[in-house]
Design a protein around this ligand. Structure first.
Ligand code: PBG
Length: 323
């Protein structure tokens, strides 16, 4: 018997159609524009008849550079203006670093896809030292995140940790001007911008457990745009999507709306999802860790259970202290 007559050479997307035009709302930082251009190129390759255009926007998160974001409204500041463009129809999709997407979206929005992730780890960047372990006591590490700060204090108590804000180029400039001996950044952002050679070493997850969603891109659209959701499916990566859902379930269960020193990182290994998480005080004086393994299909449940375990260990006291 000969096999059924299917053409193996037909592109997987041939049965999916896309609208004639897709407008991408994007922030205007170099990284955000790279990410939007990347999605534009992938959509145009999948749907040659579709015209994809970028709509650049400034968000409150881009404007406020003098205060820690946690104090002025957190992650939502980077997505609100983009969501408004989706609601009023000036844009069809918004491309986000999943790390910057609030843990709960409004009912009118959905994440149409989460694409394969770039390296999820943090990067050590310095003009003077190879790694954190090389840094003498009292030298200065710049980071803007409570998650990185708490882990640094816990593991390298003799280093001075100071605040660092601004987009990637600004942060690197501040390092090069000598304001810091080293800085910690997401490796993914540096790689995307062709700045991978600035990475002196990557910090293993044991040293700096990444943030929920780090390194992954998500595409948001209106929940009622089934045409858009459908045409985004070829960009979805099943494993990344499960990992990010598990990580976000941890953050959702523990962080609520306030900014908490918290890491959550999942990997798919030999078909199973392995999730690690921690919650800490910013000064690293308390750090609670947990890990869990389970079926990829149970991603969110694994995340909720890990959060429960952290609560059982006393996460509540940490959250209460953070106010
Ligand atoms: N918080 C800012 C941010 N949001 C996304 C990235 C880039 C990497 C990624 O996609 O996770 C960065 C930079 C950083 O944390 O150093």
């Amino acid at each position: 018997m000969s096999p059924p007559n299917v053409s193996l050479s037909a592109p997987a997307s041939s049965s999916i159609s896309a609208p004639e035009r897709i407008v991408i709302a994007t922030r205007e930082s170099r990284l955000a524009l790279w990410q939007a251009e990347h999605v534009k190129a992938r959509l145009e390759a999948l749907y040659p008849a579709c015209r994809v255009v970028l709509l650049g926007m400034t968000t409150r998160g881009d404007q406020i550079l003098d205060r820690p974001l946690a104090k002025v409204g957190g992650k939502g500041l980077f997505v609100k203006e983009l969501e408004t463009a989706l609601l009023d129809g000036t844009a069809d999709i918004a491309v986000h670093s999943m790390k910057d997407v609030p843990m709960t979206l409004g009912d009118e929005f959905t994440l149409g896809c989460i694409s394969a992730r770039e390296i999820p780890l943090d990067a050590f960047v310095s003009n003077r030292y190879e790694s954190l372990a090389d840094m003498p006591p009292g030298t200065v590490v710049g980071t803007s995140s409570l998650r990185r700060e708490s882990q640094l204090h816990a593991q390298y108590p003799f280093l001075a940790v100071t605040s660092l804000r601004g987009n990637l180029d600004t942060r690197l400039r501040k390092l090069d001007e000598g304001q810091y001996d080293a800085i910690i950044l997401a490796a993914a952002g540096l790689k995307r911008l062709g700045l991978g050679e600035r990475i002196r070493s990557t910090l293993p997850a044991e040293i700096s457990l990444p943030s929920a969603g780090q390194g992954a891109l998500g595409i948001e659209c209106l929940a009622n745009r089934s045409d858009i959701v459908e045409c985004l499916q070829p960009l979805n990566d099943v494993d990344t999507s499960a990992c990010v859902r598990a990580e976000r379930a941890v953050a959702r269960a523990l962080a609520g709306s306030c900014e908490v020193p918290l890491g959550a990182y999942a990997e798919v290994r030999a078909g199973a999802l392995w999730l690690r998480g921690f919650v800490a005080l910013p000064d690293g004086s308390r750090i609670l860790r947990s890990e869990r393994e389970g079926a990829v299909e149970d991603a969110e449940k694994i995340g909720r259970e890990l959060a429960e375990d952290l609560r059982a260990q006393g996460a509540e006291e940490i959250l209460a202290e953070l106010g």
